[in-house]
Each structure stands twice: as structure tokens, then as C-alpha cells.
Design a protein around this ligand. Structure first.
Ligand code: FAD
Ligand code: SF4
Ligand code: SF4
Length: 397
């Protein structure tokens, strides 16, 4: 329920920010009509805090009308400034979402906010989406917390999905909590597995420093919302030619909703370098590499293989490699075609960041090292003997 108190001074600042034309000024007071989706945008701009939204106790609600698994589509810039492309994490989430939607017997829907559609529905459909809820508007030319969260909250209130998934990226980690707090629902961050249990979304994520896996259910709120890091869910093979139904959604967006303006962009990393999360081959080392000099051999091996160097947290803490190369729970999640591990024990916090790799080869001198539990090929031996031999063999080739 939305209410305007006596504090209202009739300034009308709330009128243009409402994306749903739900506010009329009557007798110098704001009055909301039935188009209101409780998105909360007007609450943010009211200078005298005259607007309050009271949300129903979730447990008292009937959730039978909440249907559909939604995936937030994240777009990223390409060399061509005019055309953004869909981030791979979106396809990973659609692949996982397809499984969930099939089990529930519900639609899988992609939610796309953009200034211009570039036939995105083709790729979204190929990766499993039945429908694309698309909002096309000039104000959606770049991500903005206020604008994007307002639009998503409006869509959720209108269509009532049962679950919604976001990538645990910089954007997803900003957007999902804002949407969750506006809707007054829960959010499970950094899920490593998603399943259906008794019709509910079973969200699994590491807890207590990664030492246990917590299974989280949200029986008293809808949508059930999760973020999932890139490279955690396996991307399905696209079905070419399968497109999704586009449902165009209107949105009236006013500039005054945008409280943050981007004045300048600076790229902080080397644009030419392959980022560890996108690498096909990762050559990782741990404390067992012993010194920074010995760790450098992995750089040579990685270069010969055309890969990128990864590191355990212990190796990073010892200064063998920069933090940007750390693989694991508090580093980056990777899923290369080949993951080579040298002198890494295989602590759970490391494993969660690389277990989705296609082929894992581990070298460790301890036959009981846990890394061997996830490795396809395990070599019990001394990394300091094996790495130089591998380099030599590759150089000969
Ligand atoms: P160790 O566990 O010390 O293992 C070294 C291994 O090298 C041993 O198995 C040993 O047998 C082997 N070895 C020694 N000499 C040789 C040799 N000559 N040849 C071959 N093998 C040899 N860790 C991460 O990696 N990433 C994370 O993101 C991360 N996040 C964390 C978050 C939290 C909240 C916490 C509490 C911990 C986190 N950790 C993380 C730390 C993690 O628990 C482990 O401490 C860390 O992964 C250990 O790194 P390691 O395997 O290199 O070292
Ligand atoms: Fe409009 Fe949202 Fe305010 Fe409702 S809560 S009146 S939809 S801005
Ligand atoms: Fe009233 Fe606040 Fe709207 Fe101004 S912004 S008209 S004070 S409710």
C-alpha cells in the first residue's frame, strides 16, 4: 500500500519520476492511482518524506499467481560503441534456468533493458528463453542503479515471476540487492548450485568461510532471488534457430530518476590482456611452488600453452602473483577447458572457483591432497621436477 501524508507540500517532484504515470496532483497533493506498482521511485525523490509504502507480510500472501523463472540479461560494451553484446554469464544463467523452469513446468524468461534492441532475442532464445520481456528506452543506454531497479521492480510487480537470477557481476551485485530491498524479498548471493525442492528454489552457497555448504530456501517471499558468479553454471549448447517470444514492456522514464551521472570512464586493466575468467587454459600454482622465482616457471609454461596464470590464495598472500590472478571463493571463478594445478592442496575455497573446468590436471607430492578428488588426471610428484620437463617437452614441439 502507498500513502501520501499531510507532509506533502505539493511540489510535484514525484510526478515525472513515476515510470507508470501513477501520480496525479489533486488539490496540490500527490494522489496515486491503480497503475502504481509500488516501485518506490517517488519515495526517493520526495523532499519531505511524505510518501510511505507498506508491504504486506510475505507469509500472509498467496503465491499461486507467481510463475516463471526470470534471468536478468546483462549487456556489455563492445568495440562498436553503438551495439552492446550479451555477457556470457547470462547464457550460463539461462542454461541453469531452463532446467529449473522445466522442472517447475514454468516459462523461462529473459529480462532485457536496453536503449536499442539488436535482435538479442535470437541468442536468448537459442540458450533456452521462452520469452524476452524487453524494455527499450533512451534512458537505458547505460546501467544506472535507480533507473534499472525501478524498471525491474515494476516488471516484477506486473508479471510476478516465481524466481529471478542475476549474474554476481559488478552490475548484478549492485542491482539485485536494490531490487530485493525494494520488493522486501530475500536474496541469496554467490550461489554455486540451484535446484528445485518441493516447488521452491533450493539455493546452495558456501558459508562459514566456505567450510560448509548452506542450502537456502525462501518459502515466504516471491520472487526467490539469487546471484550466481560467472563460470559457475555450465553453459548449454545453443539451439540455433530457436528464438524467444518478445514481449515489449512500456516504461516512462524521466531523467530526474537518475541520481548518479557518469562523467568519465577509465579502463583500469590492460585492454589487450586475456582476463583469467575468460581463459581457455589456466596454469595455476600454490604454496607448493615455494618461491616467487620458481612460480615464474608457470608463466613460461602458460605462455607455451597459450594460457593465463592462476594462483591459490596462499600463493597470492606470499606475493608469488597478483590478487587479480587468484582463483577461488574470494578470488575469481574460472571454467577453462584445461586447468593445470601445481602445488595446490585443494582447499574447498579454491575448489569452488575451478571445479567447473572441463579437464583438471593436478600435480601434488601428497597422494592424499584433496585436489585429486576433482582432478581428471592426478600426478603424485614434485612440481619442481615436472614443470621444467613439461616446458622442455613443449619447446621441442
Ligand atoms: P597449501 O594448502 O599449503 O597447499 C600446498 C600444497 O602443495 C600441499 O598440498 C603440498 O602437498 C603441495 N606441495 C608442496 N610442495 C610441493 C612440490 N614440490 N610439488 C608438488 N606439490 C607440493 N584459497 C584460494 O586458493 N582461493 C580463494 O579464493 C580462497 N578464499 C578463501 C576465503 C576464505 C573466507 C578462507 C577462510 C580461505 C580462503 N582460501 C582461499 C584459503 C584456503 O582455505 C587455503 O588456505 C588455500 O587455498 C591454500 O593454498 P595452497 O593450496 O596453495 O596451499
Ligand atoms: Fe509511481 Fe512507483 Fe511511486 Fe507507485 S511507487 S506512484 S509506481 S513511482
Ligand atoms: Fe508531495 Fe513529495 Fe510528491 Fe512533492 S514529491 S508532491 S511533497 S509527495
Amino acid at each position: 500500500m502507498i500513502e501520501v501524508s499531510k507532509k506533502c507540500i505539493g511540489c510535484a517532484k514525484c510526478v515525472p519520476v513515476c515510470p507508470f504515470a501513477a501520480i496525479n496532483m489533486i488539490d496540490k497533493k500527490a494522489v496515486m492511482n491503480e497503475a502504481c506498482t509500488l516501485c518506490g521511485a517517488c519515495v526517493q525523490v520526495c523532499p519531505v518524506q511524505a510518501i510511505t509504502i507498506t508491504r504486506e507480510e510475505a507469509s500472509a500472501k498467496d503465491f499461486s499467481g507467481y510463475k516463471g523463472v526470470w534471468v536478468y540479461v546483462e549487456l556489455t560494451e563492445t568495440g562498436d560503441k553503438a551495439q552492446k553484446k550479451i555477457k556470457p554469464v547470462t547464457f550460463e544463467l539461462l542454461s541453469a534456468g531452463r532446467r529449473l523452469a522445466d522442472e517447475l513446468g514454468e516459462d523461462l524468461c529473459a529480462v532485457l533493458l536496453t536503449d536499442k534492441n539488436h535482435n538479442y532475442e535470437k541468442d536468448l532464445g537459442a540458450y533456452g528463453a521462452d520469452k524476452v520481456y524487453m524494455v527499450e528506452h533512451d534512458e537505458l543506454f547505460e546501467y544506472n542503479t535507480d533507473v534499472f531497479s525501478t524498471v525491474i521492480v515494476g516488471l516484477v510487480n506486473r508479471h510476478k515471476p516465481s524466481s529471478m537470477l542475476y549474474g554476481a557481476t559488478i552490475q548484478g551485485r549492485d542491482l539485485a540487492p536494490r531490487v530485493a530491498s525494494t520488493l522486501y524479498v530475500g536474496l541469496t548471493a554467490d550461489c554455486t548450485a540451484l535446484a528445485i525442492k518441493d516447488g521452491l528454489l533450493l539455493q546452495s552457497r558456501p558459508a562459514f568461510g566456505g567450510n560448509i555448504m548452506a542450502d537456502i530456501l525462501a518459502p515466504n517471499s516471491r520472487p526467490q532471488m539469487s546471484t550466481v558468479r560467472p563460470n559457475v553454471m555450465k553453459m548449454a549448447e545453443p539451439v540455433l534457430g530457436r528464438t524467444a517470444l518478445v514481449v515489449r514492456e512500456p516504461a516512462k522514464l524521466d531523467k530526474s530518476l537518475r541520481r548518479v551521472k557518469v562523467l568519465e570512464r577509465k579502463i583500469a586493466h590492460d585492454a589487450g590482456a586475456v582476463k583469467i575468467e575468460n581463459a581457455n587454459i589456466v596454469v595455476s600454482g600454490g604454496r607448493g611452488m615455494k618461491t616467487k622465482e620458481k612460480f615464474k616457471q608457470l608463466e613460461e609454461l602458460s605462455k607455451l600453452l597459450g594460457g593465463v596464470v592462476g594462483a591459490s590464495r596462499a600463493a597470492v598472500d606470499l606475493g608469488f602473483k597478483e590478487k587479480t590472478h587468484q582463483v577461488g571463493q574470494s578470488g575469481t571463478t574460472v571454467s577453462p577447458k584445461l586447468y593445470l594445478s601445481f602445488g595446490i592442496s585443494g582447499a574447498v575455497q579454491h575448489i569452488v572457483g575451478m571445479k567447473a573446468s572441463d579437464v583438471i590436471i593436478a600435480v601434488n607430492k601428497d597422494p592424499n591432497a584433496p585436489i585429486f578428488n576433482v582432478a581428471k588426471y592426478g600426478i603424485v610428484g614434485d612440481a619442481h621436477e615436472i614443470v621444467p620437463k613439461l616446458i622442455e617437452a613443449l619447446k621441442k614441439k
